[in-house]
Design a protein around this ligand. Structure first.
Ligand SMILES: [Mg+2]
Length: 192
């Protein structure tokens, strides 16, 4: 159930949680390959010189690992999310594949229980309506915070305000879009 506060949608992977960086550490530690985070522009499989299916299998291993479940929000991040919750109705809106759905729910239950009113999976929407912009419009989301350029651009199509979470793969996007590098910066922008 939503309260009357404006809905603020957070992407999960690489916006709320530093998933890719931790995945690369996991790959390095388990001798699956070394990729420099800053070099990621599109897919990781080509940088690891493996097939996409093999990459999915590595993500399976990672999401089942103790390393993944041990990623922990900092006290500063929790403080920010508490402040955001006072003014907004924060939800998680993720395009994470169904294959990895349970690992996301498990992580949120362990580390962010009570901070978000809902976890919404784009995969649950009909395929023709599955862009984040379309979903945000349907849910009457006030603003989306996301790291994927295509998600940010889809919000612009629906006039949904958007903040881009800075990552190496989105730095070519139009500089006029508000960009942040931390949750703290979001707090400064949204809470006066
Ligand atoms: Mg993301």
């Amino acid at each position: 159930m939503h309260n009357k506060k404006p809905i603020l949608a957070f992407d999960f992977d690489d916006t709320l949680v530093d998933v890719t960086r931790n995945f690369l550490d996991f790959c390095k530690k388990n001798k699956k390959g070394v990729v420099n985070y800053e070099e990621i522009k599109t897919d990781i499989a080509s940088l690891l010189k493996i097939t996409e299916e093999k990459e999915l299998e590595l993500w399976d291993e990672f999401f089942e690992s103790k390393e993944y479940l041990s990623i922990t929000p900092t006290p500063q991040q929790l403080e920010t999310l508490t402040k955001i919750k006072e003014k907004y109705d924060p939800i998680i809106l993720t395009s994470r594949d169904n294959r990895f759905r349970q690992s996301l729910i498990k992580w949120v239950k362990k580390h962010l229980a009570g901070y978000f009113s809902e976890i919404i999976f784009c995969a649950d929407f009909p395929e023709e309506k599955r862009t984040k912009g379309a979903i945000c419009s349907e849910l009457k989301v006030q603003m989306l915070i996301d790291d994927e350029s295509k998600n940010v651009l889809s919000c612009l199509d629906y006039n949904i305000p958007v903040i881009i979470y800075d990552c190496p793969w989105n730095r070519k996007l139009d500089k006029k879009i508000q960009r942040v590098k931390s949750l703290k910066e979001i707090e400064k922008l949204l809470i006066c």
